[in-house]
Every structure is written in structure tokens, then in C-alpha cells.
Design a binder for this molecule. Sequence first.
Ligand code: SF4
Ligand code: SF4
Length: 424
Amino acid sequence: MALSDYQRDMEGCSRCSSCKWVPYIQMKSARFAKNCPAICYHNFHAYSGSGRMIMGLSILRNRSELSEEVKDILYRCQLCGACDTACKLYRDDIDITEVLLELRSFCVESGQLVLENMAVIDALKQEDNVLGEPKSKRGDWAVGLDVKDVSVEKAGVLFHAGCRYSYDTDLRDSLRAGVQLMLNSGVDLGIAGKDESCCGGRVYELGYRGEAENYADDMISRVKASGADTIVTACADGYAAFKYLYPRMGKELPCEVLHLTQFLERLVKDGKLKLRDAVPLNVTYHDPCHLGRMSEPFLGQWDGNKLERPMSMKRTGRKGIYDAPRNLLTSIPGLRLLEMERIREYSWCCGAGGGVYDTNPEFALWTARERLEEAVSTGAEAIVTACPWCERIFRDSLEETGIDFKVYDLADLALVSAGILARV
Ligand code: SF4
Ligand code: SF4
């Protein structure tokens, strides 16, 4: 697809500004009624979903150039999809996030690169991960765990750790917790270790389609060689790449794709994982954008008039993964789930998505702070999430602000409830 394929979407924007707000029927208070971090932080229309589409149309019609200012705006967006979900309630013939992705690809294809993104691109070129850590150490997180190495033997389930979890030592225990829960439930589990690469989701979002396709091909061959019929990842970005971006590129993983929370929920339902020990905590749950609205399976391109597009072909955000994490949390005895105002497909972003944390950390951390204030307002003692990127930025934000609040990965709490860990 190209930017020109979305001309009608861009022309169709009625500038009603609904893309800046949680839909009225979902609003609970004025304090948490907005949905777009970019327009809230920058307070100028160009930063909204609508404003970005107007810029896109102007570029397409050669009325604007890809100036430094325009590029800066295009990349000051977490690609969280909240604008798209809100717009869809009123205008289901417009696909904002598709336009946002095309605009970034248009920048790269026009040779209009954003210098701040080059560190990530170079890191990927040299070490196949977005953090620039040594590829040879990618499997170190699993030392001591009884997992198979799929480069030497087959496994029924391939576990994809992802870049952040593989190298962020602060989050290592959470990653190991999820794997330990699967192993204790008898799952035939393998990892690719040092042979694992980035899923390619980040480069795709930055507009580097060719590089993303290479990573998708690499992943597909690794899954085929592993013999696995299921791939599980604990990374929301990886999950969204597998479910949405790969098919958008015309690539399909030859196996079932599950997020860790879905897999654990299945183990609980099958009686293979028992969450029986009490975890007496009041928590709130943060829906990662890439596990929620951005993880909806790709539905295929609709080439005709979008006014005639059937509902089943529309990306509304409702088919994201919202129930599995909540079902797991509410299965834990003693744990009370207190919901925030903006949840499920109307969730507020953590701030780390779309490459923003690398290029505009102040904006990213402000976004995280906003979410943490919402979390604190529920009366909970902690925020729980199921994505290493959300967890990282929440931890950083709490450290920066000094707010006395806890961040947990859902796997940590499940590990305690399963009796494998004494306490979090
Ligand atoms: S909600 Fe949709 S139609 Fe309305 S201004 Fe935003 S993008 Fe345009
Ligand atoms: S994707 Fe998120 S940050 Fe970007 S314009 Fe839409 S709502 Fe705002």
C-alpha cells in the first residue's frame, strides 16, 4: 500500500475532533476524557489523528513539503491507535492508523530520514535488536531454565522473548516467571536464544518496510525449523507484529500465535496451572495498546468504497486481547481488580510506543505519568501490565516523579499465586 491509497480516508475527515476524546458514552470524568497523548501534550491540531491526515493530504497534493517540522510532528506519535478507535464510532470509513503508518513509510521512501531514529536502525543492523545489545547474549536471560534450544531440537511451543525482555535485566525475573509457569505446567517449550532476532515491528512503525520484511521472513523460517505449532510471546509489540503487521506485509507465521496471557489463561482453564495461593493486593490493569486495539488481526485490504465495507472488515479495536489478562488476575485469590476510567479499546497509552521513548523521552514520560495518575486515582496499590515496554516506562516514570506506587508484570503475580515464588 502507499499513501495515495488512503487519499479518500484523508479527504473524508470531517474535522469533528472526536479522535481526540474517549467516546462520550465511555467518559467517566473530565480529568480522564482525552485519549490522544500527542494532542494533549502539544496542544496543536496537527498533532492529532485528524491533523496528521490533513498534513498527509497536503503532502500528497504537493501543497506541503516534508520539512523538518512536519517530520518531527509525524514521529511525535505513539501509534497507539486511540484516535482510530474513537473515530470509528462515528466514521467507520476512515482508517487513521493506516495513514499514520503510510506517512512514516513515505518519509523513509522519500529519503527524508529522521536522525533521531538512526540509533535504533543502526542497532538493528549490527545486533538484530532495538537496544543495540550484543546478539550473542540474547539468550542469557534463560540460563538455568529447562527450555529447549530450537536450533538443536524441535519443540511444540516456540517462546519469543523479544528485544526489551531479552536484555532489560530489571525485567528479567518477570520474563523468567512466565516461562517458569509454562514449564511447570508441562509445556514442551523451546527458545531460539542467541539466534532470536527482533520481530521487526519497531522498524515497520518507523517506516522501514524492507527491513521489517526481512525480520518477518527470518521469524517465519525460524518457526518452520523449530517444528512448533504455536508461538508464544510475552511482548505486546511482538504479538501485534505477528498478528497484524506480518499479514499487512503479506507474511503469515505458520502456527498459532498467542500472547503469554492467553496461553496462561488456557493452562488455567485446562487445569494445568493452578492459581491457588492468595495475593492480597488491590491492583489496576493497564491495557498495552499493542495487546489491545493495535493487536487486532489484520483483516485484509478493502479496495472498494469503504462506505460499503462490512463490519467484519473494520478495525474497531474491540477484537484486541482484553479478557485473558483480566481473567487471570481475577483468578488469583485475594487479588482485587480496580479498573481505571480509560480501559480496553479506550485505554490511554503508556507512552513508550511508536519509537517516541527513544526520540522524545520527555513527551513519552509525560504520557506515562498521566496513566500512573489515573492508576493511582483508582485506589489501587499497584499497576499491573503485560508488556515489557509499558513496564519499563512506568518504572522510569515512578523513579522520576517519586510517586509511591508499584508496577507488576502479570506473570510475577501468577508465579506467587501458583506457589512457585514466596512473594513479589
Ligand atoms: S474523528 Fe475522524 S472524522 Fe473526526 S476529525 Fe478525527 S479523524 Fe476526522
Ligand atoms: S496514534 Fe495515538 S498518539 Fe498518535 S495521533 Fe493517534 S491517538 Fe494520538
